[in-house]
Design a protein around this ligand. Structure first.
Ligand code: JFH
Length: 277
């Protein structure tokens, strides 16, 4: 297998459009997992070109300071704009990567956004720590680049690094040639399209009985129509149990008679929320 710097890899990059990912962080060690598994293989194949940068390389004082106290008071520290400015200027160079800044106050990172980002040639991820990055950094680069402040969920991490790992994995598996089975990525629960708003049901493999637990007989029947119907029943049940807000948003027009039976058994009502009380 050839290496990302090889001539063969450079040729493939130019021909098939390698995605370049730059990541700026004070903890580059966080990104060791990008050397393994799906993303590691994509890098070996020349599909992904990942470059991790130490933010402190652009801090000039003896202590390599990247943070300072917040204007207006309050707890914690804020990342200084000058260090970020030098880092992004050098990493972006004269180019125009799409800049992604994880933050708990960003717009949601969704499967739809992962698909949109998977079509970009170059992404630059800026990982904050402490209470975040001085807002003028996003203002400055928002005038030159497309800047997205994104949240991976409603909980507070200690910094942007883990959010970037999540986003890189979600985006990376959508790139052509990354997944062994090219069709699996388009069939995801949250992919925009037919099965949107329905979670996946349970899955099983051999043996048919394990510690006394049987695989549902319908899956061994070879009856494709019955299997599809059973899977949809299970998907509906699981969606009602785990994500009632998704189930409530199902379009009644997309529900057949059997769907309505399953939902009736669960005493679940589809449609706009009742605002009458
Ligand atoms: C990040 C951190 C902000 C401020 C009340 C709630 C938050 C701590 C950089 C993304 C998601 C993150 C995330 C991303 C980047 C950074 C820690 C930020 C505050 C006020 C406290 C620093 C967190 N989806 N969750 N977390 N932090 N508080």
């Amino acid at each position: 297998m050839d290496r990302p710097g090889d001539a063969a890899t450079a040729v493939r990059a130019a021909a098939s459009g390698t995605m370049r990912l730059d990541i700026i962080s004070i903890f580059p060690e966080y990104f060791a997992p990008l050397d393994v598994s799906l993303i590691g293989k994509a890098r070996e194949r020349g599909i992904l070109d990942v470059r991790v940068h130490q933010l402190r390389d652009w801090a000039h004082d003896v202590h390599k300071t990247v943070d300072d106290t917040p204007y207006g008071g309050g707890p914690g520290m804020v990342m200084k704009p000058e260090v970020w400015g030098e880092a992004v200027d050098v990493v972006a160079g004269g180019g125009t990567p799409r800049m992604i800044v994880p933050t708990p106050s960003g717009r949601p990172f969704t499967q739809e956004l992962a698909q949109e980002l998977a079509a970009e040639p170059w992404l630059l991820f800026a990982c904050g720590r402490y209470e975040g990055i001085d807002a003028r950094v996003m203002r400055e680069y928002g005038a030159r680049l497309r800047v997205d402040e994104l949240s991976i969920g409603d909980y507070v991490l200690a910094g942007g690094e883990v959010a970037v790992l999540v986003m890189v994995e979600a985006i990376g598996r959508l790139l052509p040639g990354v997944l062994g089975n090219a069709v699996s990525a388009v069939d995801d629960s949250f992919a925009p399209g037919a099965m949107r708003n329905l979670l996946e049901g349970p899955v099983y493999t051999k043996p048919p009985v394990w510690r006394g637990h049987e695989v549902p007989a319908v899956l061994l029947s070879g009856h494709h129509g019955k299997v599809a119907r059973w899977r949809r029943d299970e998907a509906l049940r699981r969606t009602v149990a785990n994500r009632p807000e998704l189930a409530a948003g199902l379009d009644p027009e997309t529900l057949d008679k059997r769907d309505r039976e399953v939902l009736d058994e669960l005493a679940f009502r589809v449609g706009p929320e009742d605002m009458a009380n």
